[in-house]
Structure formats: structure tokens, C-alpha cells
Ligand binder design. Structure first.
Ligand code: AMP
Length: 289
């Protein structure tokens, strides 16, 4: 028998009612914020919530305020009915899919900005992006009042921004980071991978490969980080990537650039392949996540 679809809620009022009913039953709630076009990466977050015995609430909202004027808000894949089917199949309980007007009613005037963590990496390349993310995630956390909210390490800077924001604003939801799900050739799953042509998709496999080798070389102390990062950049450019926004080794918590391994660090890359901007990151000490 096909799995019955998970219910979709589109108003904050209806969401509150459902959450209150679950709370009365003593249920725990897990929130998985997404922009839809669900893939196995998203579903791994859903499974983490279910494994914790929580009612899994996925939010599907393509948040206009986190896209720059020349970014892909209009082109971003929207496929709600497929998403709802995949989510239900995975055992999820509720889809929270507000309209833009429900999320940002007329007169909306409040924004959340996390400083410091957003100074580097994607921050300078996507002005306003993290403020858009922090604001919408603060709203989602307050709307759903989940016990835990699950975020992918794929968007590691976003994860750190959300952890800081929830701490700073005393939002009591526990923020859980989940390892990146990858294709067989190592490419991190992303809703944007569908933009890649067949040729670009083949070239994209160089990204995780160069990253893995660079992280291994950094861990082995083969050369100064600056030298390893230059080599990685050159290899990505030779594979057809460009412009390359950054190739960088940063502290895993503060996200400040580092040139040695006194604390946990990660290798971060953002680069365009044709029209598609790909981002990825891996830890330096182990090269699998
Ligand atoms: P998005 O729909 O791209 O905004 O992503 C929603 C959530 O899924 C974010 O927390 C992402 O970090 C996470 N996510 C995206 N891709 C992956 C992946 N390949 N593995 C694990 N989590 C992911």
C-alpha cells in the first residue's frame, strides 16, 4: 500500500494547534528546516529525528530573503508534491509549508544578524544571506518549538550561525549537526546539483577528490597550508571550476582561518562550475564526513 501523504500545514495558527496537541500527548518534536527539492541529505536529517523518537516536522520554504538579487531564487527547484511523498515514505509526520506572506506579513521589520561567524567564507560573497537565514531559522524555531532542530554539516557555516543564534537568543531547541550525505563519487548531495550539465557533473567529482587530498596533506603536515590551498585552487581551476570564491582551512568552531592544527579545523571550498555555485567542507583530522 502506498504511504499516505503527510499533512501539509500553511498557517502559523494551524501549526500551533498541531504542536499543542502533540505536546498534550507528551510527544517530542524534531524540526528539519529545508528549502525543498528533498534528497537523501535532507532525509538523513528526517531519519535522525525519527531515530530520536520525535515527531518529524519538515519545513519547506524557499526563503526569498536569503537570496541575493542576482542569485537563483526564481530558478530554485520547487517540487512540493514529490517532496511530501518522499517525506511520508521516510516516516515523517508533518510538512510546514508557509507562503511568503504568512512568513513575512505586511509590515515585517525585524531581522536577526549574527556577527563574526559571518565575516568570512560565504559571508562576503553573499551579502545579506546569513541575515536572511538567521531570521527565517529564528522564526521557524519559534514557530515549531521543537525539542531538536537538525541541520546538515554540508552548510557548515550556516550550522555554526544557527547554533550561535539559538544560544544568544535563548531559544531552547537543541541544534544538531548531521554529517554530509554524498554520491558514490564523493559529490555532496545538493538541491542545486540538478543545475549541472552531464559534463559539469563529471567534472564536479574533482571537488571532493581535491578536497580529500588537500585535507590529508594538511593533516600529514606535507606543506604550509597556504601552499596546499594554492595547489588545490589550481587543480580546481584546471578541472573547470571558476570563479573560485574560496579554498580555506578554518577553525571548526570560530571559523577563523588557521595555518596550523592546534584545534579541530575544516577545509572549506566554494566555487562555481558553469552557472552552479557549489560549496563543500570536510574535517581535516578525518576525511570521510
Ligand atoms: P536546503 O534545502 O539546501 O536549505 O538544506 C536543508 C538542510 O539540509 C540544511 O540543514 C542542509 O545543510 C541540509 N543538507 C543539504 N544537503 C545535505 C547533504 N548532502 N547531507 C546532509 N545534509 C544536507
Amino acid at each position: 500500500m502506498p504511504t499516505p501523504p503527510a499533512p501539509i500545514i500553511r498557517s502559523v495558527a494551524a501549526l500551533r494547534e498541531q504542536i499543542a496537541a502533540w505536546r498534550r500527548d507528551g510527544a517530542k518534536i524534531g524540526l528539519i528546516p529545508t528549502m525543498g527539492a528533498l534528497h537523501e541529505g535532507h532525509l538523513s536529517l528526517v531519519r535522525r529525528a525519527l531515530a530520536a523518537g520525535e515527531r518529524a516536522v519538515v519545513s519547506i520554504f524557499v526563503n526569498p530573503t536569503q537570496f541575493g538579487p542576482n542569485e537563483d531564487f526564481g530558478a530554485y527547484p520547487r517540487r512540493e508534491s514529490e517532496d511530501v511523498a518522499k517525506f511520508a515514505e521516510a516516516g515523517g509526520h508533518l510538512v510546514w509549508a508557509p507562503t511568503v506572506d504568512e512568513m513575512y506579513p505586511a509590515g515585517f521589520a525585524t531581522h536577526v544578524a549574527v556577527t563574526g561567524l559571518t565575516d568570512g567564507l560565504c559571508g562576503p560573497f553573499r551579502p545579506g544571506h546569513f541575515q536572511g537565514v538567521a531570521t527565517v531559522v529564528a522564526k521557524l524555531l519559534l514557530q515549531v518549538q521543537a525539542d531538536h532542530a537538525y541541520f546538515g554539516q554540508k552548510d557548515y557555516q550556516q550550522l555554526q550561525v544557527v547554533i550561535r543564534m539559538a544560544r544568544d537568543l535563548d531559544i531552547p531547541t537543541g541544534i544538531i549537526g548531521v554529517p554530509t550525505v554524498r554520491e558514490a563519487d564523493g559529490l555532496a548531495l545538493s538541491s542545486r546539483n540538478i543545475y549541472l550539465s552531464a559534463e559539469e557533473r563529471r567534472a564536479a567529482a574533482q571537488l571532493p577528490r581535491v578536497m580529500r587530498e588537500t585535507a590529508q596533506a594538511a593533516f600529514a603536515g606535507e606543506a604550509p597550508f597556504a601552499h596546499l590551498l594554492e595547489t588545490a585552487r589550481a587543480r580546481l581551476a584546471a578541472a573547470g571550476f571558476g570563479p573560485i570564491d574560496y579554498v580555506s582551512i578554518n577553525d571548526a568552531e570560530t571559523l577563523a582561518p588557521v595555518d596550523g592544527l592546534t584545534r579541530p579545523a575544516r577545509l572549506f571550498v566554494a566555487a562555481r562550475l558553469g552557472k552552479t555555485r557549489l560549496i563543500d567542507n570536510i574535517p581535516i583530522e578525518t576525511t570521510t564526513a
